[in-house]
Design a protein around this ligand. Structure first.
Ligand SMILES: [Zn+2]
Length: 137
């Protein structure tokens, strides 16, 4: 962790009981919302209450897969499960494929609902899909 210092006093900010950070030198208060960091940095507080920042590890950076990579991985995962479980045509495979399609649409549009997923991925209505295997009854 790299301590964040008061620009005027060069003293690290410390957490106070109100959830704000205070400079012991000039008493300047720093609101967590006003902590200005680069995209790869996150603020943190050490055991002594000193405010600082850390640069996120490459583990967190690995989250930035492309949509294509995620889509391929989800499809591959579905195939592995379908094959390992010996699933043929049936409700399980259809349900897995609904998950795959929904997950990929959610990647593009996190607020999407099931009806919208169905509209963009299937030629059938929600009611028809619910009727495939007697789902939703
Ligand atoms: Zn200060």
């Amino acid at each position: 962790m790299v301590a964040i210092h008061c620009a005027e006093c060069n003293i690290p900010y410390r957490a106070n009981s109100l959830g704000l950070f205070v400079c012991a030198g000039c008493g300047k208060l720093l609101d967590p919302a006003d902590i200005d960091l680069d995209g790869q940095e996150s603020w943190t507080v050490d055991k002594s209450g000193t405010l600082g920042y850390v640069v996120e590890s490459s583990d967190s950076l690995a989250e930035s897969h492309t949509g294509d990579q995620v889509s391929t991985a989800i499809n591959k995962g579905a195939d592995l499960v379908i094959e390992a479980l010996g699933l043929g045509e049936g409700p399980e495979v259809d349900a897995i494929n609904l998950v795959v399609n929904s997950a990929i649409r959610c990647l593009e549009n996190p607020g999407i609902g099931f009806a919208e997923v169905v509209k963009t991925c299937y030629d059938e209505s929600v009611e028809e899909i619910l009727g495939w295997w007697g789902w939703g009854y």
